[in-house]
Design a binder for this molecule. Structure first.
Ligand code: GCO
Ligand code: MG
Length: 408
């Protein structure tokens, strides 16, 4: 069975998504997610101009060889654009193999290791009261683990904090910021460090000790600041503290690790097993945040998680609404199969996104399940997809009060 065609589809049902569609000589179609938030067209071109021509005529079953061909075989390696493109090809080939063999992809990964994947949602509020309303709304939807983000007194809009919800309001999704240039937000680390421990103190008072709570610091702290934050949050027993320091320098986490026992998660911006070597072998983290969509697909992430497993490190794959339902499905097949699964982010796509991407995964009683459809279990409605035109969208940047550009 040969690859006959590889097409790139760009659509924007609420957010921008890039999808690779691979068709075989037998007419079997596989989908791969090639979305890289804010840099979408770079991956589209990488695939269209440099990868698709190489795929035509290759054995559609040779997933590992194709992966090696596009990574080791390429002179320019690694990096988010390359690894997102490789991920799309890899997912599409796993989708095809599942369809041809008539089984969901998780069966090809060794079968089920658990009933479902524990999911965590995004709750946020400009104040602690608004945050509590958002948390309660999510608990009503069935979530059993919650990421919490709040505004900081004295600061304007803080990244990751959505519009405040009313009681009982259903969370839909976070729209892309469709401005011609990135929005600029103000940041003050000292104000943040003063405020956050009070937030968690209040949450534990109101919600009790059991609910798993997660928090994302978006790479904004120095090692010492991160150590201070970790220590101040220890009494509130977080499930994890995410991205406390900039991820590009793994050595920063040595100091954090020496100072605090708060569980650490990092890696949504890392894209290769090589980026993780120090983090894993020195046991500097507890959870791997990579998404299969940005880290070389199912093949790339499975290899990464096997290495992590040797060091007692578990998965917590990135799945905001800027990764498509195809990427989400790939993560879910890994989640139920991997021995060292930890938790799965689930930021719920909008109704419009889910009309274009028809999914067969389910969420019930706090657990996600990839479903039993052969392959990845996601179909793309072409006609509908063409109606949502690509519009550039950027993530915000942030500056300190004196105007200095600050880390993510
Ligand atoms: C998360 C993330 C997202 C990212 C976004 C970037 O933990 O879900 O930090 O909010 O910032 O996905 O594209
Ligand atoms: Mg994050």
């Amino acid at each position: 069975m040969r690859i006959e065609r590889a097409e790139v589809l760009v659509t924007s049902p609420g957010r921008n998504f890039v999808t690779l569609r691979v068709t075989t000589s037998d007419g079997v179609v596989g989908l791969g997610d090639a979305t890289l938030n804010g840099r979408e067209l770079a991956v589209a071109s990488y695939l269209r101009d440099h990868v698709a021509p190489l795929l035509v005529g290759r054995d559609a079953h040779a997933i590992e060889d194709t992966w090696q061909y596009l990574t080791r075989g390429a002179y320019w390696r690694r990096g988010p654009v390359t690894m997102t493109a490789v991920a799309a090809v890899d997912m599409a080939l796993w989708d095809i193999k599942g369809k041809v063999t008539g089984v969901p992809v998780y069966q090809l990964l060794g079968g089920r290791s658990r009933r479902g994947a524990l999911a965590y949602c995004h709750a946020s509020g400009s104040t602690v009261d608004a945050l509590l309303t958002s948390i309660r709304n999510h608990l009503e939807l069935g979530f059993r683990a919650v990421r919490v983000q709040t505004g900081v007194p004295g600061l304007g809009k803080v990244y990751g904090v959505g519009t405040d919800q009313r009681a009982g309001e259903r969370y839909d999704y976070e729209p892309a910021g469709r401005t011609a240039r990135p929005v600029e937000e103000e940041w003050d680390t000292a104000a943040y460090l003063r405020h956050i421990p009070h937030v968690f103190e209040r949450l534990r008072e109101e919600l009790g000790p059991e609910l798993p709570l997660l928090h994302d610091a978006h790479h904004r702290l120095s090692p010492n600041e991160a150590a201070q934050l970790g220590r101040s949050l220890e009494p509130f027993r977080l499930f994890w503290l995410e991205d406390c320091t900039p991820a590009d320098n793994p050595e920063l986490l040595r100091r954090v690790r020496q100072q605090t026992t708060v569980p650490l998660a990092i890696g949504e911006v890392l894209t290769s097993i090589h980026d993780y070597r120090t983090l894993i072998t020195e046991q500097l983290i507890d959870y791997v945040r990579s998404s299969p969509a940005h880290t070389g697909g199912i093949t790339g992430v499975r290899r990464l998680m096997d290495l992590a497993g040797l060091y007692g490190i578990r998965s917590g794959f990135h799945q905001p609404t800027d990764i498509s339902p195809v990427g989400m499905a790939a993560a879910l097949h890994l989640d139920v199969a991997l021995p060292n699964f930890g938790i799965q982010e689930y930021m719920q796509h909008s109704a419009t996104t889910l009309e274009v991407f028809r999914t067969s995964y389910t969420f019930s009683d706090g657990l996600l399940d990839p479903g039993e459809t052969p392959g990845l279990g996601v179909e793309l409605d072409d006609d509908l997809a063409t109606r949502f035109e690509y519009t550039p969208a950027y993530l915000p940047v942030n500056r300190l009060r004196d105007g200095t550009l600050h880390d993510w």
